[in-house]
Design a binder for this molecule. Structure first.
Ligand SMILES: *Cc1c(COP(=O)(O)O)cnc(C)c1O
Length: 243
């Protein structure tokens, strides 16, 4: 039987409480203030109504990994939700340079900047779009050197951060990573924390770390994550076809 909107809302309310308490417990264990961690709800593959529900429940940071899907949801919510204007959209997936114009039209932040060409395209698009507020940028770091999974190699993080910092209408905020598969996420996030420290020495305002998902948010918070990107713990399992 299809779920009613009331059931779905109740399910999300319960899931959100559980995720918030995981974040609180992880912060307590790490001696951190829970307010130092921002929850980004990843709504990819789920309908825009779920993003609206999350926003009504106070989760105003919403993550998507594909431009086409994100753009459609932004347009839908503008028509259907009274909280649409309060949502900050975070692009967390690989961005093709030919999508830069679209992305800068709705995104608050891009977490997956991993090459100079993309940084330049986003900056040019932001200028062309007439944005007044800069686009927040996280440089995505590859912790397993697997080009399929995105991210810049550690040796290239410094130069890419320097470029982002210099480009108009981009605001370098910090680094992002996805823990490699089949390894200890703690070790991966410890490496990310070391990279983040190096970046901060040059760019003191770039003090954010986007790390931690449903399976590894505790390890990420232990290693200083300020932005966790959580999908399935909030909304349920995604169809594997759509990732
Ligand atoms: C899908 C996705 C997430 C959320 O993953 P869950 O395991 O469902 O919490 C986080 N970050 C990125 C980059 C993603 O693509």
């Amino acid at each position: 039987m299809p779920q009613t909107p009331e059931h779905r809302r109740a399910e999300i309310v319960g899931n959100l409480a559980a995720v918030r308490s995981r974040i609180a417990d992880a912060c307590e264990a790490a001696g951190r203030d829970p307010r130092s961690v921002t929850l980004i709800a990843v709504t990819k593959t789920f309908p825009s109504a779920d993003a609206a529900t999350l926003a009504e429940l106070g989760v105003l940071d919403i993550g998507e990994n594909r431009d086409q899907e994100a753009r459609a949801k932004v347009a839908e919510l503008a028509e259907t939700s009274r909280v649409a204007a309060s949502i900050r959209w975070h692009m967390i997936g690989r961005v093709q340079t030919n999508k830069a114009r679209s992305v800068v039209s709705y995104a608050h932040a891009v977490h997956s900047v991993d090459r100079a060409k993309l940084a330049r395209a986003l900056s040019e698009a932001a200028v062309g779009h007439g944005r007044t507020d800069p686009l927040d940028v996280f440089v995505q770091v590859s912790l397993d050197a697997d080009p399929e999974r995105g991210g810049v190699l550690r040796a290239d993080v410094g130069p890419l951060c320097g470029l982002v910092d210099a480009l108009p209408l981009l605001r370098l905020r910090g680094v992002m990573a996805v823990a490699p598969l089949d390894t200890d996420p703690g070790a991966a996030f410890a490496e990310l924390a070391a990279i983040a420290r190096e970046v901060r020495e040059r760019h003191p305002e770039a003090d954010r770390i986007s790390a931690g998902m449903t399976g590894d948010l505790e390890a990420a918070i232990r290693h200083g994550s300020t932005h966790v990107r959580v999908g399935s713990a909030l909304l349920g399992r995604r169809s594997p076809v759509f990732g």
